[in-house]
Design a protein around this ligand. Structure first.
Ligand code: ADP
Length: 195
């Protein structure tokens, strides 16, 4: 902790997280999607968001690509930057949960220890880890954004699954197999856990 941080005391505020969530008629949650690029995180999170929203739930999506355009625009893809990328988004997700929202986080989040760090920011039951377990070969075949081809050509360094590691979750609450299950089925499986 810096000396500056030592001089900052935590302020207790009057309106609590549970009061904020109760006003919205929901339990606040952080639903954390992890998996390789092209696994289906954004597709599934987006569909889930649409369903929750149409049911009157108060939600928000934090998407890796979008957050890297703003809050995390100063970060690259080295291990140190990836760690900071996840630290910041986890803290933002925590603020959103504190505001009573259901926040869907769609980040590759390749390192187990960072996902654990994120989980540990939340109360028991608030953090739901969803592993979108699409194999590398399938993600590379889809190559939605052309990034695998670019990385194979050597034009993109530190690409997860190729020259940067992806550490599979060992105890995710939900594991989705997008080759065997349609995106609608995947969304329904997440909804079952939330119910
Ligand atoms: P990510 O956010 O993990 O990088 P995207 O959601 O951007 O991945 O891309 C996943 C691609 O896989 C999309 O083109 C999507 O249509 C396709 N896809 C095929 N089957 C599924 C499925 N069952 N669930 C989600 N995406 C799927």
């Amino acid at each position: 902790m810096t000396s500056e941080a030592n001089n900052i005391l935590w302020q207790s505020l009057s309106v609590t997280k549970s009061a904020r969530a109760a006003q919205k008629g929901q339990a606040a949650k952080c639903i954390w999607f992890t998996g390789l690029s092209g696994a289906g995180k954004t597709t599934i999170a987006n569909l889930l968001d649409k369903k929750l929203h149409s049911r009157g739930m108060h939600t928000y999506i934090l998407d890796g690509d979008n957050v890297r355009h703003g809050l995390n625009r100063d970060l690259g893809f080295t291990d140190i930057d990836r760690i900071e990328n996840i630290r910041r988004v986890a803290e933002v997700a925590k603020l959103m949960v504190d505001a009573g929202l259901i926040v869907l986080v769609s980040f590759i989040s390749p390192f187990r220890v960072e996902r654990l760090m994120a989980r540990n920011l939340f109360e028991v039951g608030e953090f739901v880890e969803v592993y979108v377990a699409t194999p590398l070969e399938e993600c590379e075949k889809r190559d939605v954004k052309g990034l695998y081809a670019k990385a194979r050509r050597g034009d993109l360094k530190n690409f997860t699954g190729l020259d940067s590691p992806y550490e599979e979750p060992q105890a995710a609450e939900i594991v989705l197999h997008t080759q065997a299950e349609s995106s609608d089925v995947c969304v329904d499986r997440v909804l079952q856990v939330l119910a």
